[in-house]
Design a protein around this ligand. Structure first.
Ligand code: ADP
Ligand code: ZN
Length: 608
């Protein structure tokens, strides 16, 4: 590693040392090599092109898919004293022209552009006249049709290599699965690029899967443990997004909706508030999230099953970019599996695609039902070994109990069979428990031999039985029959008693105390001693004012972790302040004095 890189890291960014693969990547690209960087969200990808941009002659061109987010990225760099700008359709002609002039004058270290702008003949010929330090292709998985972020313009980016073969390219993504990686290499002509693959573990994120019974209430209890914190709540449908956001707002939580059905202006305003204000809960479909690099998202909650494990990992990865404790929480029930299967079968995708989606869904259900370490399951999906026992997932923290469910499974399967394989779990449970409902009378199901044979278990326990039977392939969802449950070729072995079945015990209905004890992992001030906590709050208040005055997000001024360190070590002067991680020269000059003043309000001298 060159001394120059380390010097810049400390001087400009205020960090002591590189993380993981950063040092190797920076020196490789700074020396003119091509690179493909696979690093989880929060791993520190931006630095991998921002530092070489400073070390190399000319301007780094950063291709980024979302114009709405470029501004904040550029603002964060400017706060560090780096000469950065963006070009996109949100600007007027005058602004664009000024930025283009800066490019030609060599007055920019980094220039962010959207791919569609980059590919215009006009912009390409402009680049011909400029000195280009490197090309950084962010969110490189957008080139892949495999995922859900596909962007056709990304496919044309090979022309960069053709037109400027001597300019190094660095492609970056947090999507790690092998098919996507292969497609990136192929589509971006990166065969000769060096690949840097980091561990995809996110040790600061705690994973929890809860069995759905009253998901709205379960969510509210979960959120009680995260009062005042920023987070994302994902729902499957637009309608559910609206309803959930309204319900949370009615409880006094600052919740905003986000989905593709909202007016573009409302969407942009909500996103902006989420990025800029503290403590906003964004209730959203998966339309929300790509490129959101807000570092202090403390939780990501899923009210419905996501579509695949890689999607889940990417969505939950938006929590805790700053490395502080964060939570990934997922509520899952039989209804989700049925609904998603129906969505797959009823879509107009080809057979091949459907098979793929079915197998992705099965993998996800397997994850939910797993009794082993969640982290181990997640990482093994990305081809990475982990020893398990992570001490930071629900299964490790409270190992699930199991029971011999053979007899219950026989009762359930036989009830499916006797009622003609035409009903869903809710009705079957009523039959097993001997309920008196109109539907039972209508079908004369009180005369079935399985009527009332399951009164030893309550409805929730039965739901667990049916859910696990579907998950293990002992029952099948009849998609054309509106989600009715059917026997499979494997069911007979259980019915005949040739196979025993160990089922996971359903945890008791969540009590307020229980959920709260689980939550709150990331409460900011809670982890500080009382006096430091008061200093932290006063620093946060100062930061909020400074951010509003410049209308930038608070985190581009200082991250929570930096404020916390300042609150703890109480620097007495600018020299001491400069040693705190995240305080580079640019920020020291800009904010050093104000920080010391905010601290002084809490010093013993001031209170005396
Ligand atoms: P990614 O783009 O991979 O999700 P970012 O580039 O946004 O990650 O970085 C995540 C966080 O880590 C940011 O807050 C960034 O400032 C911080 N960070 C990156 N590199 C370092 C480092 N070497 N030392 C300390 N903090 C770092
Ligand atoms: Zn674990």
């Amino acid at each position: 590693m060159s001394d120059a890189a380390l010097t810049q890291l400390r001087h400009v960014f205020g960090y002591d040392s590189f993380r993981g693969e950063q040092a190797r990547i920076v020196s490789h690209v700074a020396d003119g090599g091509d690179a493909l960087v696979l690093m989880p969200t929060g791993g520190g990808k931006s630095l991998c092109y921002q530092l070489p941009a400073l070390l190399r002659n000319g301007t780094a061109i950063v291709i980024s898919p979302l114009i709405a987010l470029m501004q904040d990225q550029v603002e964060a760099l400017r706060q560090l004293g780096v000469r950065a700008a963006f070009l996109n359709s949100s600007q007027n002609a005058g602004e664009s022209a000024a930025t283009e002039r800066q490019l030609l004058d060599g007055a920019l270290d980094l220039l962010y552009v959207a791919p569609e702008r980059l590919l215009t003949p006009r912009f390409l010929s402009l680049l011909d006249q400029a000195t280009i330090a490197l090309f950084a292709i962010d969110e490189a998985h957008c080139v892949s049709q495999w995922g859900h972020d596909f962007r056709p313009e990304y496919r044309q980016l090979t022309l960069l290599h053709e037109r400027w073969p001597q300019v190094p390219r660095i492609a970056l993504t947090a999507t790690a699965d092998t098919p996507t990686r292969r497609e990136i290499v192929e589509r971006l002509a990166l065969e000769n690029a060096q690949q840097f693959v980091s561990s995809f573990d996110r040790p600061n994120i705690r994973y929890t899967v809860v069995q759905k019974h009253d998901s709205r209430r379960q969510l509210e209890l979960f959120l009680d443990g995260h009062r005042g914190e920023s987070g994302i709540v994902y729902c499957l449908s637009r309608r559910k997004v609206d309803a959930t956001a309204a319900a949370l707002s009615a409880r006094g939580i600052s919740a905003l909706p986000y989905h593709a059905g909202l007016d573009a202006g409302v969407r942009a305003a909500n996103q902006r508030r989420f990025l800029r204000e503290d403590g906003i809960v964004m209730v959203a479909t998966i339309a929300f999230g790509m490129g959101i690099d807000k570092p202090d998202v403390r939780f990501v909650a899923h009210m419905d099953l996501p579509k695949s494990l890689e999607g889940y990992y990417q969505e939950t990865g938006r929590a805790g970019r700053d490395g502080e404790p964060s939570e990934a929480w997922l509520a899952y029930g039989l209804g989700d599996a049925v609904l998603l299967q129906r969505m797959i079968e009823n879509s107009d995708a080809g057979d091949e695609r459907k098979r793929l989606e079915r197998s992705k869904l099965d993998t996800l259900i397997g994850y939910c039902e797993s009794t082993g370490c969640r982290r181990q399951t997640l990482l093994s999906y990305f081809g990475e070994a982990h020893g398990g026992a992570c001490a930071s997932c629900d299964n490790c923290l409270e190992p699930p109990q199991s029971w011999d469910g053979t007899v219950a499974a026989q009762k359930a399967l036989s009830c499916v069979y006797r009622s003609g394989q035409r009903f869903g779990a809710a009705h079957l449970i009523d039959v097993l428990r001997g309920a008196d409902t109109a539907k039972i009378r209508q079908h004369a199901h009180q005369s079935l031999t399985t009527y009332g044979i399951g009164s030893d278990l309550d409805a929730r326990q039965w739901r667990g039985v049916f859910r696990q039977l579907v998950a293990t392939g002992l029952l099948d969802v009849d998609v054309e029959g509106h989600g009715a449950l059917r026997l499979t070729s494997d069911s007979a072995s259980v019915l005949k008693g040739a196979r025993t079945l160990s089922l996971r015990t359903e945890p008791p209905a969540a009590s307020r105390r229980r959920e709260r004890a689980k939550g709150g992992a990331g409460s900011n001030a809670a982890q500080l001693p009382a006096d430091a906590s008061a200093r932290f709050e006063s620093l946060r208040q100062w930061r909020g004012e400074a951010a509003r005055a410049q209308s930038v997000p608070a985190y581009v001024i200082f991250h929570d972790s930096t404020l916390r360190d300042i609150a703890l070590c109480q620097p007495a002067d600018l020299d001491q302040l400069a040693t705190v991680s995240g305080v580079g020269v640019g920020k020291l000059e800009r904010y050093g004095q104000a920080v010391l003043e905010a601290l002084a309000q809490h010093s013993p001298a001031a209170t005396r």
